[in-house]
Design a protein around this ligand. Structure first.
Ligand SMILES: Nc1ncnc2c1ncn2[C@@H]1O[C@H](COP(=O)(O)OP(=O)(O)OP(=O)(O)O)[C@@H](O)[C@H]1O
Ligand SMILES: [Mg+2]
Length: 510
């Protein structure tokens, strides 16, 4: 065993102890103690340094100055305290079980730094389901691995302020899942993932498409931007959007829908509304021709098994994106239900996805908002509740956790949280999850980009992690404005100079 780091002092509890250390200790360090039936692992959750001579009672600068000299000479002056959460017996933790000792340790018990071997056995277990995401924050020689099976079966929330590394973490997960030819569907709202290198051709990039023929009349109205309160226009569209019209494909569909709308305008009361609906259909058909595709088969047909499918939502309005995401979610859930049932007995049609699928929703506060019922929220909540049984996992990503529906957030079995300074965000996350203690939440303000706390089912224990940086990512990088402006000015200057030196024939220079 290595040399002792400190000694327990004060009041010990079964799950929390305080020790006096030989040196300052960092938050996120792991320590061991021997008591009860063996070696116990603990995590430093709070750390402080204080000085006897330089206490709060100092009243003026002179006193502080003199006390500083006293403190420097006195070996007993400084106190380095570590507040430790007891995580469980080491041997049990290595077998993925957290069992707390029944009795607290005696004050006076010696505290040691945890060894690399012990930490690796817990944080970097072997087995195909464990993939490397980075290293422990304070023990960089120890890999931090996560259990992908648990991500798919129990879902994951990735939460932090903007620019702290959420998309980087999702990219890393995607790359690792691509390596084992897993199936992932990423809804890409900001074109963050199109440049990602998945190696060996394992990515499938596509633009989100909506087939208007597969929508309900109400959703079609949203997509072509008919106002919810325009009841006459809604009436016309409902009348026009008949089964017969739905059968028509491609351009034929739009023509048929326009004709049927005009026909609905034969009734004088609806004439004006019908002409507005025709304009809206015409507009949408032109403006959204990249998105609304009445000729395509089922949009899900483009999503491929064993690939990282990145569905680009950039060109969609927020409402369209919502309808598209909810459509894909609904279809995926249906398909996975079919696949699961088929395992139990023969069924008529083949499922498209015979193996589990992991879905990522970025900007979760937009798609799964707290105070509003959206289409995506309805299906995301179904996936959150039922996905476990059917092998459909959900990853929700957000820089505004306080805006996410609490119910869905509470169903996320695992968490990756990075720097988060807003109290509202912290409180919302803390209320929705059991896996993050108050002390851990308090640490969120001290994290740097790429540093995270992992908690919940995908890790054996709450873990401070330094997440690997995905080097191939081109997007998400902060734009360097000054450099770009300089370059632009330089190019302008060159262009101006070359145009000045150019004398068109027929002109005489002074
Ligand atoms: N693990 C990491 N190690 C080092 N740097 C990182 C790491 N993760 C992210 N960064 C840096 O932070 C930048 C932003 O990362 P990323 O795009 O993942 O943030 P984000 O949380 O998704 O932001 P947004 O909320 O704007 O989507 C990256 O371009 C990179 O420079
Ligand atoms: Mg991002």
């Amino acid at each position: 065993m290595n040399e002792g780091l400190g000694i327990l002092i004060g009041v010990s509890k079964p799950d929390q102890v305080i020790f006096e250390s030989k040196r300052p200790v960092s938050i996120g360090e792991y320590v061991t103690m021997v008591y009860g039936k063996g070696k116990v692992l603990g995590l430093v959750e709070r750390s402080s340094i204080s000085s006897d001579a330089l206490g709060n009672s100092i009243r003026n600068y002179e006193e502080a100055y003199e006390s500083k000299q006293v403190a420097a000479e006195n070996r007993r002056d400084k106190s380095y305290k570590g507040h430790v959460r007891i995580l469980g017996f080491l041997d049990d933790l290595k077998k993925c079980k957290a069992i707390l000792p029944a009795l607290p340790p005696e004050p006076g018990t010696e505290v040691f730094e945890a060894s690399t071997e012990d930490l690796s056995a817990i944080f970097a277990p072997s087995g195909m389901q464990w993939i490397r995401i980075g290293t422990l924050l304070r023990n960089t020689e120890v890999d931090a691995r996560v259990n992908v099976d648990k991500v798919v079966s129990r879902h994951l929330a990735v939460l932090a302020m903007t620019g702290m590394g959420k998309s980087n973490l999702v990219s890393l997960l995607a790359q690792e899942i691509a390596r084992i030819a897993g199936t992932m569907v990423v809804f890409d709202y900001h074109d963050d993932y199109s440049m990602l290198d998945m190696g060996s051709n394992n990515s499938n990039l596509m633009d989100a498409r909506i087939n208007p023929r597969l929508l309900s009349a109400d959703k079609l109205a949203e997509v072509i931007e008919i106002q919810e309160n325009a009841s006459n226009q809604m009436h016309v569209l409902r009348m026009a959007f008949t089964e017969e019209v739905k059968q028509r494909k491609g351009e034929d569909f739009w023509d048929a829908l326009i004709n049927a709308s005009m026909a609905a305008g034969a009734d004088k009361a609806y004439r004006e509304a019908a002409s507005k609906v025709v304009d809206k259909i015409d507009d949408a058909r032109r403006k959204f021709h990249n998105i609304l595709d009445a000729g395509m088969a089922d949009p899900l047909a483009l999503v491929k098994n064993g690939k990282i499918n990145v569905i680009n939502l950039v060109e969609l309005t927020e409402r369209q994106a919502n309808i598209a995401v909810s459509f894909y979610l609904e279809e995926l859930l249906e398909d996975r239900k079919k696949a699961t049932r088929q395992k139990k007995g023969p069924s008529k049609s083949q499922p498209r996805f015979p193996a589990p699928v992991l879905v990522v929703i970025e900007e979760a506060h937009v798609f799964i908002p707290k105070d509003e019922d959206t289409d995506t929220k309805y299906f995301a909540s179904k996936v959150a509740r039922e996905g476990r049984k059917f092998g459909l996992g959900l990853v929700i990503v957000s820089q505004r956790p306080r805006g996410i529906d609490a119910n869905i957030l509470s169903q996320m079995g695992s968490l990756a949280v990075m720097r988060m300074i807003q109290h509202d965000d912290q409180a919302h996350v803390s209320a929705a999850t059991e896996s993050l203690s108050r002390d851990l939440i308090d640490q969120l303000t001290s994290l740097n980009p790429g540093e995270a706390i992992f908690a919940g089912q995908w890790v054996n224990l709450p873990t401070f992690v330094k997440v690997d940086e995905v080097k191939e990512r081109k997007m998400g990088v902060d734009q360097k404005a000054v450099e770009a402006w300089n370059q632009m000015a330089a190019i302008k200057k060159v262009a101006k100079e070359s145009s000045e030196s150019y004398v068109p024939s027929g002109y005489i220079q002074d």
